[in-house]
Structures are given as C-alpha cells and as structure tokens.
Design a protein around this ligand. Structure first.
Ligand SMILES: [Zn+2]
Length: 85
C-alpha cells in the first residue's frame, strides 16, 4: 500500500487533523485500512445513520487500497453503536 495517507496525516497533524480511516476484515480475518469518504444526511431530521463509504483506490496516487476486492465499499453502521459491523 502507498504512503499517501501517512504523508497527508503528517501534513494535517500541524493543523490538529488527520484523514478518516476505517478497517475492513478480510476473508482470512486480516485487517486492512481503508480511507473513508465523507457522507452526510440529505434529510437531517431522520435519525438513521448514513452508511460508511470507503475508497477502493487511493485518491492521491490511484493505487489500490486493498488486494481483497470482496470488501464492501458501503458499510451500514449498526443502529445502537454507530460503528461499522
Ligand atoms: Zn496513494
């Protein structure tokens, strides 16, 4: 995997920021880091959280973010915790 996320985090650190990342579980129970794409509610009066959306390719250099193509790009958060399941 490329170093773009680390380089961006290093640049954002001076501004108290970092990129949003999530972790996907592969079929062999390994973990892969994936860059999250920002989402927001269209109708903000609805309480149900918006699914998480992950980038399949690095938006900075185009390299594949994971060798496991079976990982979903959209993950629905659980209603109770708001975390990815
Ligand atoms: Zn990259």
């Amino acid at each position: 995997m490329c170093e773009c996320i680390k380089q961006m985090d290093d640049a954002l650190e001076a501004h108290n920021g970092k990129l949003s990342v999530g972790f996907g579980v592969t079929q062999d129970m390994g973990l892969v880091m994936r860059l999250m794409i920002g989402t927001e509610k269209i109708d903000k009066t609805k309480r149900k959280p918006v699914p998480y959306v992950y980038a399949a390719f690095c938006p900075f250099c185009g390299e594949s973010m994971t060798s496991d193509k079976r990982l979903p790009h959209v993950v629905t958060p659980s209603a109770e915790t708001g975390s990815a399941t």
